[in-house]
Design a protein around this ligand. Structure first.
Ligand SMILES: C[S@@+](CC[C@H](N)C(=O)[O-])C[C@H]1O[C@@H](n2cnc3c(N)ncnc32)[C@H](O)[C@@H]1O
Ligand code: SF4
Length: 328
């Protein structure tokens, strides 16, 4: 196979199931038909086909909570056995323990990254995610940090963190607390008001206090750039994002460099699922379909990019000149 397609980064919602009901997330709120979840063999087929069609830099498993799938270890191990450079999973940490981590050998761990979702210190994290979640998550996070995040073992350990009005107040204290975990960066992302309809974004109404807190976070990242996965200028763009102002979205990579895949194996272009499951159709056929091309016109017209990791071109966002134009 000549790996002719240019998509390098895939986010796979491997399940619609989750034991939590986080306030900003639509999972578990009846929007996903979990009867559509695919089998282990279907996923292996999809991953094999994508690996044949693209030079994949990263596959990220999310959902839902990927660790609720009984076969997640098998699927991760299978993905590690392909040419995919990095295999990431995003987790709330509740089901991650020593027994789970011991499933992976060092060759697999060297390809893997674990992204823990942490949205604040104990009060805010539990307000967003549920009582007692912070303590359990921290136990799992420290297990991975102290036992696996070392040379020759796990490739990456990242904190995925979603900024939202509910956690702005103590967010700087949260960043200060996690600074002690050396080499662990925080991927600070702004909340999408509805993560089924990415383009719905005129609804933020921050109070003056919250605006002040957001400015403090921007200043903190400017003073501590090494702790943030994202360039400080990118984080500065959140001042506009939360003020419902236009950003120039021409650099959105969705559908070109990066793709979301739903639990049914369909591609997902910012709120629109193209019903051509990838265990039955090749990615090339999907991309050349009329429906996909029409949806890409909508993506291209977007002037309010959601700034999620998968949808921005991280190379552009390391380019200071581009960033200055983007936020001014
Ligand atoms: C849907 S979750 C799936 C993985 C896992 N259950 C977890 O929470 O880490 C993947 C990521 O999306 C984030 N997320 C959930 N709802 C969001 C929203 N409305 N806007 C932006 N990110 C969101 C979560 O915080 C998490 O970091
Ligand atoms: S953010 Fe993750 S843990 Fe929270 S409800 Fe959504 S899928 Fe579950």
């Amino acid at each position: 196979m000549d790996k002719e397609l240019g998509i390098k980064d895939f986010y796979i919602a491997i399940t619609g199931r989750c034991i939590l009901r986080c306030i900003m997330c639509t999972t578990g709120k009846g929007v996903h038909n979990i009867a559509n979840e695919l089998s282990t063999e279907d996923w292996k087929k999809i991953i094999m086909n994508l690996n044949n069609e693209c030079r994949i830099e990263r596959i990220t498993f999310g959902g839902g909570e990927p660790l609720v799938r009984e076969d997640i270890v098998e699927i991760i191990k299978f993905t590690c056995s392909t040419d995919v450079v990095n295999v990431t999973f995003i987790t709330n940490g509740l089901l991650l323990n020593e027994e789970f981590m011991k499933n992976f050998n060092n060759d697999e761990l060297r390809k893997m990254s674990v992204n823990f979702s942490i949205d604040g210190l104990e009060y805010e994290h539990n307000f967003i995610r549920g009582t007692g979640v912070f303590e359990k998550m921290l136990k799992s996070f420290e297990l991975v940090y102290y036992d696996y995040f070392k040379p020759g073992k796990l490739q990456g350990l990242v904190i995925n963190s979603i900024l939202m009005p509910e956690n702005l107040r103590n967010y700087v204290s949260f960043l200060e607390f996690f600074r002690k975990y050396e080499r662990v960066q925080v991927d600070i992302q702004p909340v999408i008001p509805n993560n089924e309809i990415f383009w719905l974004k005129n609804c933020f109404k921050l109070t003056d206090l919250e605006k002040g807190k957001l400015q403090e976070i921007v200043t903190y990242v400017e003073n501590n750039p090494a702790q943030s996965c994202r360039h400080p200028l990118m984080v500065r763009a959140y001042l506009k994002y939360f003020n419902n102002e236009l950003l120039k979205g021409e650099r959105c990579t969705t559908g070109r460099n990066a793709l979301n895949i739903t639990l049914a194996g369909n591609t997902f272009l910012c709120g629109k699922e193209i019903i051509m499951p990838l265990h039955k159709f090749s990615l090339k056929d999907v991309i050349s379909s009329e429906e996909y091309r029409n949806e890409m016109k909508r993506v291209d017209a977007c002037e309010k990019p959601c700034l999620q990791g998968l949808h921005i071109n991280t190379e552009d966002f390391r380019d200071k000149d581009f960033l200055e134009k983007f936020i001014n």
